[in-house]
Design a protein around this ligand. Sequence first.
Ligand code: PLP
Length: 405
Amino acid sequence: MANTTTAPGISGARESRVSNEGTRQRYNLMDLARQIPDAIELGRGDPDLATPPHIIAAAKEAIDRGAQEISDPAGLPELRSAIADKLARENGVRVDAAHGVVVTTGGQEALFLLIQTILKPGDEIIVPDPRYTSYDVAIQMAGGVLVSVPTHECDGFDVDPDEVGRHITPRTRAILLITPGNPTAGTITPPNLRAIAELARRHDLLVISDEIYEKFLYDGAEHLSIGSLPGMAERTITLNGFSKTYAMTGWRVGYAAGPRATMRALRRRKQLCSVCAPVVSQWAALAALRGPQDSVAEFHRIYTRRRAMMLRSLDRLGFTYGEPRGAFYVFANTSSTGMDSIDLSLKLLQEGHVLIFPGTGFGEQWVNYLRFTLLQPDDVLAEAMARVERCLGAAHKRQEEGAPA
Ligand code: PLP
């Protein structure tokens, strides 16, 4: 799947510095899927559900008011206040609404600008593996050094503080955590988060806490925001957004919140990069935070139902998985097929007409994993899994008969 050619006009050196094989694999598969008219996509992590009507109504009102103004680079003051209130109320994280919050064009932009803000070339940042590989690109672009900490299926891809501790060096600047996780759907359990916080305090490190999936937890899993722990407010930047919780991917609103000095530097970068997040979307985001939260509960019910169906299907396939305690993914171990994950993804797409990202899209050694998503209507998801079962059932049978799968 590797595409090593460089686009005309783009410097090869720069291109390779910011290249990322995982991202490339995912995009190549999406291109292939577009050529298969009845393909079912369980690829990107964008909710299929509709943005709740009161949020859309708030955006329409903003348009009807002629809301063409720009906002402060850090965002509308009303939205920053709502974010600071939410963080205090729901997460126990205290930030200054005026100077401790920057609204961005999606969580993705918060991530990129934040990494640029906190890392100097050569600084190390510890990141669990497997991971959302935009982290890799953001870190490469800032000239930082990504230090990978392995996680494991057997404990639900929790992050082991001893393993984090072993990777801290004099050059370590920060630890990047995500809970619940993408692609693993694992959570970092509160005792481990507390132990990692202790390491951050002891070694004077920053923590980036990506909490974009916080609302989707299952089987009694708890969410703990590391920024709420003693001595962590001054060293934690909490990253979140509206894409997942409120099914608002295309509205492009996210935020980072944390210590004033870091947020001041981030605000400056945001201003230079794109002035401010789209203001109509900011009004919509304000309605999302201040309005009724029933839709979030409804989304949770939907994902819970789909997850149960998906896990039954994976069990029938004989795939194991670290317990998916959050988000809307399952990172399934497909070693029983005897195929590596890229071949398996291609087979499922070309023969089964289902797009599922290979584990190697999230770190090169995950050759025995696929990331399934729950992001299709129930009947479409059921059809996708029936196709996977048919496709692999046939492959298993051929394997038993001695032919290559
Ligand atoms: N962080 C993680 C772990 C993600 O999976 C994503 C999107 O998939 C993002 C951040 C960015 O989301 P957005 O830019 O839509 O807010």
